[in-house]
Design a protein around this ligand. Structure first.
Ligand code: FAD
Ligand code: AMP
Length: 474
């Protein structure tokens, strides 16, 4: 086979593998280079998301939720079992099987679409050549008219709490604990810290989350964050805000932590420490010195609104560039770039990328928060509706949380939709569609929603924007 391609993608995460498949669908001769090594020592396509991110975390969140429900929520339905227990080998093994199914699935999709996979570390050289270094040190160079950089991200390491894979762990480590730790410390109350902290809390670990910022979930709408925090604390998560970790020392089989808050320095001892203080774009060894591709002050590859780097035929997508570090954001950029390369009209709108946190209750939003609207001086109206007044949520015994709709005060255009409650990871899709089509609160209010469903909360919140919700006082 010739080593000249139309498109080479470096990285086979949700940004890169999707870009490669879409490019191949459009008739472009496509290669995809990825270095990720799976638990079995072989190439594992799918990047962070499929191997150590979205998919395995959701597998463990679901297993731990089943256990937690059995022990704590089913008695309210009149159902109980004695001595419910978790078999850790099955718990972790089920997750591994799911990961294998999906990473293997990417290989099959590559075959079906005639994408050529390469296993090794790719380095962009001048002139759109890519040097691939295999695990055995062997080197080969391939070239293409277009190269898409999709090298993703890696966890940020704190210099005073370096990952050792045993006591001080990152996301990959927290997805592979084979015994429930008695005390788990989590640094960072972001999406990853909350999701993985929840998994181990549900299985009985005493989980303490230290968050340096004074506000809980500062990126989310603060009404939603307040409801969520109260529920998480009821579940037993100890969340300390304004608490900055300053020292972590492994001593015998424990980790001794020092953190500082407004009252001074405190000590905390845990059995394991998950450091989840964010992720950084990963570009180590990706670029030869003379390619002309630029990095910004946070180490992200600089791109324009079309994900073009400014270097002829070189594009970048996913966690390695600006914008939210979310799988679906990278995938949509991948599709758009493949279409732009093929001369088609690609489309990506970062303003309507949905965010989801898969805790219990779930948190989901799209668009602007109330604070963002206030800061920008945009006049808005608010409509809210609680799940406590939704028949389906009460029947499920999960009547927690609310939907909040923010619409422009004059035009009624939807500006933001914020949810906390049961199944909101799915409900947010309706808001995204409405916002993408530049819909108004009135549009959502006039659409028929099935009864009894959780989606009625979206309908009623939209009605409530103009004080005409039916099932609550306005
Ligand atoms: P990545 O998935 O990081 O993939 C990049 C790939 O490129 C990797 O396989 C890497 O090995 C490879 N690579 C890098 N450099 C080179 C090179 N030079 N040569 C060859 N290969 C290279 N997002 C969601 O949307 N929903 C979720 O529920 C969610 N849950 C998450 C849970 C956890 C615990 C974590 C850590 C992340 C989660 N994310 C979630 C974020 C999501 O995983 C990322 O946004 C997504 O994986 C980014 O995709 P990407 O393709 O840009 O990069
Ligand atoms: P995210 O970027 O969503 O993954 O969230 C990471 C969180 O970790 C942010 O809210 C940070 O404020 C928090 N964080 C960063 N460094 C520290 C630290 N040393 N101690 C406690 N929290 C931290």
């Amino acid at each position: 086979m010739s080593d000249k391609f139309d498109v080479i993608v470096i990285g086979a995460g949700p940004a890169g593998y999707v870009a490669a498949i879409r490019a191949a669908q459009l008739g472009l001769k496509t290669a995809c280079v990825d270095a990720f090594v799976g638990k079995d020592g072989k190439q594992a396509l799918g990047g962070t998301c499929l191997n150590v991110g979205c998919i395995p975390s959701k597998a463990l969140l679901d297993s731990s939720k089943q256990y937690f429900n059995l022990a704590h929520n089913l008695p309210a339905h009149g159902i109980s079992v004695e001595n419910a227990k978790v078999d850790m080998a099955t718990f972790i093994g089920r997750k591994d099987k799911i990961v294998k199914q999906f990473t293997g699935g990417i290989g099959q999709l590559f075959k079906a679409n005639k994408v050529t996979p390469f296993f090794g570390k790719g380095k962009l050289l001048k002139g759109n050549n890519v040097e691939i270094t295999g695990n055995d040190g062997s080197k080969q160079t391939i070239s293409a008219t277009n190269v898409i950089l999709a090298s993703g991200s890696v966890p940020i390491e704190l210099p005073f709490a370096k990952f050792d894979g045993k006591y001080i762990i990152d996301n990959a480590g927290a997805l592979d604990i084979n015994e429930v730790p008695k005390r788990l410390g989590v640094i960072g109350a972001g999406v990853i810290g909350l999701e993985l902290g929840s998994v181990w809390n549900r299985l009985g670990a005493e989980v303490t989350i230290l968050e340096a910022l004074p506000d809980f979930l500062a990126v989310a709408d603060q009404d939603v964050a307040k409801i969520a925090k109260k529920e998480f604390e009821k579940q037993g998560l100890a969340i300390k805000l304004g608490a900055k970790l300053t020292k972590a020392e492994v001593k015998k089989n424990e980790v001794a932590l020092t953190y500082e808050d407004k009252d001074g320095a405190h000590e905390l001892t845990v059995d394991k420490l998950l450091v989840a203080v964010g992720r950084r774009a990963y570009t180590d060894g990706l670029l030869a010195g003379d390619t002309g591709v630029k990095l910004d002050e946070r180490g992200r590859i600089v791109v324009d609104e079309h994900n073009h780097t400014g270097v002829d035929g070189v594009w970048a997508i996913g966690d390695a560039v600006r914008g939210p570090m979310l799988a679906h954001k990278g995938s949509e950029e991948g599709v758009a770039v493949a279409e732009w390369i093929a001369g088609k009209a690609g489309h990506i709108n970062l303003d309507t990328v949905p965010w989801v946190i898969y805790t219990e209750p779930e948190i989901a939003w799209a668009g602007k928060t109330e604070k963002e609207l206030k800061d920008a001086g945009i006049p808005y109206k608010i409509g809210t509706f609680p799940f406590a007044a939704i028949g389906r949520a009460v029947a499920m015994n999960e009547a927690i949380g609310q939907v909040k709709v923010l619409a422009h005060a004059e035009t009624d255009r939807l500006l933001g939709v914020h949810m906390v409650g049961p199944g909101v990871s799915e409900l947010i899709a309706e808001a995204v569609v409405a916002m993408e089509f530049k819909g108004s609160a009135e549009d959502l209010a006039r659409i028929v929603h099935a009864h009894p469903t959780l989606s009625e909360a979206v309908h009623e919140a939209a009605l409530s924007v103009d004080k005409r919700a039916i099932h609550k006082g306005n």
